[in-house]
Ligand binder design. Structure first.
Ligand code: 5GP
Length: 202
């Protein structure tokens, strides 16, 4: 009986996609069901929401501390998201986990994904890029516009953003449709080579 590897594990995987597609829900599901994947803990200048734990969901830092991390080169990537708060991936823990052979997942926005792509091109970092897509454009609009409390100008702005963000799909290695959270999560970890990286043949 021989064990063959069918997929070479992509150890650093970047999950990105349009606003409101459900990246946070999918990454929380990875955290719950696949502890063998290490989910990078981003630094952010936004305040914690109820239930969020410092060091688990985010590293909640002051704008000054965020500046310091950027200036000292501690961030693998960072971006201002939704024109408000800053979010970034501390480089060191990612590198340590990768060196230890642990698969790492970054759940970041599109701007951040592009920066990681640049790091791949310039520094030889090995990363794979997954685009999480909505089942349809209409469904994304429904999730974005939500309760319908936005005025028409805000609604148009969000629709324009959605179109631009969906057009980024072609920059990615693979697309996973988020029609069902568990299914999307399972597809993601299978792509990462976790749990299904090897098959046993007799
Ligand atoms: P939230 O504030 O709802 O937790 O996250 C808002 C957005 O920030 C999400 O789209 C998420 O993907 C993005 N985000 C979270 N962490 C990072 C990060 O480290 N870098 C970048 N570029 N985006 C992030």
């Amino acid at each position: 009986m021989a064990e063959i590897s069918t997929t070479r594990p992509a150890r650093l995987t970047v999950l990105a996609g349009p606003t409101a597609v459900g990246k946070g829900t999918v990454s929380a599901d990875v955290r719950d069901r696949y502890p063998q994947v290490w989910l990078s803990v981003s630094a952010t200048t936004r305040s914690p929401r109820p239930g969020e734990v410092d060091g688990v969901h985010y590293l909640f830092v002051t704008p000054e501390e965020f500046d310091r991390m950027v200036e000292s080169g501690e961030m693998l990537e960072w971006a201002v998201v939704h024109g408000r708060n800053r979010y970034g991936t501390p480089r060191r823990p990612v590198e340590e986990k990768l060196a230890a052979g642990v698969p790492v997942l970054l759940e970041i926005d599109l701007q951040g994904a592009r920066q990681v792509r640049e790091a791949v091109e310039t520094s030889g970092l090995d990363a794979r890029f997954v685009f999480l897509a909505p089942p349809s454009f209409d469904e994304l609009v429904r999730r974005l516009v939500g309760r319908g409390t936005e005025d028409s100008e805000e609604r148009e702005r969000r629709l324009a953003t959605a179109r631009v963000e969906l057009a980024a799909e072609k920059e990615f290695d693979v697309t996973i449709v988020n029609d069902d959270v568990h299914r999307a999560t399972d597809a993601l970890v299978a792509f990462m080579g976790v749990g299904s990286a090897t098959s046993v043949v007799g």
